[in-house]
Design a protein around this ligand. Structure first.
Ligand code: NDP
Length: 397
């Protein structure tokens, strides 16, 4: 059906590569390109399919990307490099006539700020070029938006309260490690919390609000209110929502390490002078922390991510909880990566599949909840992320 170019060969890129290779009827030619080509070659070796091409590219440079796109001529690019590269890759897509998909919204390097405005600003240019850009197609953002769209389509006349709940009950047996890129992860969770209520954004201190939530097959876990990027698009696309929040679990040991990292200045994202050169402390920290790609082997337990929704159907109040649980070990057995990379990479592959099958094709820049959720939900069950529903249960929220 089409040619796909994966940019980024980290934890998520490795999973995407495995999953596209498992669907050769859809992805007829595959290339993996990243800053370090040897990592792409290692992924191809692990998959065992020498037909997959690899290339070196610095995705901070539009001209390098354009040269690569014009050489390989992909139908769609799956951007699983870092959020810093979103805009350069979108620019290159416009220059070369390539469709686009990512899993995280653009962030400038020098300020940890999460909003879609930079990428939404490309809407008209993608429309005029007849190209589709699919934003935020990992798990959260990604499946969280598709779950919400599915709930709105099938189970509610009006969604009023939305809580996205993200639990990682896994144990990787390290004192401290992050499950995806440490720099991006620590920038995200050290920010103020923020949620949407009655048409306004309410800001909290980092980790100020938390409560025990009970996750299926896992039990109660302390869950912290964070700001997460999909809240911005979901309240825009589902204007009946009165309140939207995002919760994530953290263990005490993790939070203690995080507090120390912040207190000693290692979470700083500004440059400091060190031995005559400039370094960014958080980037240095990334270099000494465990690599998220290496956590899989001893990772036990599972993740559980879902949407807890309250609203109206046929004039009556109803609740709905839709979720997926993913085993770290099962993810590792299949792809060599842990569950957090897996739950991100599988939806990215499905989004590209939706595009190539012609189901999610419309010129412009779109968040995932603006497409038909049904064929995507069907593929989640087939591609390793089965989902479950609870109707009219206690949402605890
Ligand atoms: P990693 O750090 O493991 O991998 C990032 C990859 O991008 C590396 O191969 C890196 O190359 C490459 N890269 C970085 N900068 C450039 C550049 N300038 N040019 C080319 N390649 C570059 O990250 P993850 O795989 O954990 O995460 C990938 C993305 O997925 C991130 O954007 C993250 O925010 C997102 N994510 C989304 C989630 C969701 O549910 N929506 C959940 C988890 C992650 P090198 O190896 O040389 O450094």
């Amino acid at each position: 059906m089409g040619k796909v170019l994966i940019i980024g060969a980290g934890g998520v890129g490795t999973v995407v590569a495995h999953k596209v290779a498992q669907n050769p009827d859809v992805f007829t030619e595959i290339m993996i390109a990243s800053r370090t080509k040897s990592k792409c070659d290692a992924v191809v070796k692990a998959i065992g399919n020498p037909a997959i091409r690899t290339a070196q590219v610095d995705a901070d440079h539009v001209d390098e990307l354009v040269a690569l796109f014009n050489d390989f001529r992909p139908d769609i690019v799956i951007n699983v490099a870092l959020p810093y590269q979103d805009l350069t890759i979108m620019e290159a897509c416009l220059k070369s006539g390539v469709n686009y998909l990512d899993t995280a919204n653009y962030e400038p390097k020098d300020v940890a700020h999460f909003e879609y405005s930079w990428q939404w600003a490309y809407k008209q240019r993608f429309e005029e070029a007849g190209l589709t850009a699919i934003l935020g197609c990992g798990f959260d953002p990604g499946v969280s938006g598709i779950f919400t769209a599915y709930a709105a389509k099938h189970h509610f006349d009006e969604i009023q309260y939305l809580d996205i709940v993200d639990c990682n009950a896994g144990n990787h047996h390290k004192a401290f490690a992050t499950n995806f890129n440490p720099e991006i992860n620590i920038r995200e969770i050290t920010q103020n919390g923020r949620y949407y209520e009655n048409g306004q954004w309410v800001t909290t201190k980092p980790m100020e609000i938390h409560k025990d939530l009970t996750y299926p097959n896992i039990g109660p876990r302390d869950s912290y209110l964070l700001y997460h990027e999909e809240l911005e698009s979901l309240v825009k696309n589902f204007p009946t929502i009165k309140r939207a929040r995002f919760w994530m679990t953290f263990g005490q040991e993790y939070l203690t390490h995080l507090r120390v990292i912040q207190n000693i200045g290692m979470a700083r994202i500004d440059e400091v002078e060190y031995n005559g050169m400039k370094i960014v402390p958080l980037q240095f920290l990334k270099a000494v922390l465990p690599n998220p790609q290496d956590l899989g082997e001893n990772y036990e337990g599972e993740t559980s991510i879902g949407c807890r929704i309250r609203g109206l159907k046929d004039g009556k109040e109803r609740t709905y909880y839709v979720y997926n649980n993913c085993s770290h070990q099962a993810a590792y057995q299949e792809t060599g990566m842990q569950g957090v990379s897996y739950t991100t990479g599988v939806p990215a592959m499905i989004g590209a599949m939706m595009y190539l099958k012609g189901i999610w094709q419309k010129p412009g820049v779109w968040n995932v909840e603006e497409f038909d959720p049904d064929p995507f939900m069907e593929q989640l069950n087939k591609q390793g992320l089965p989902w479950h529903e609870v109707f009219d249960g206690d949402l605890e929220l």
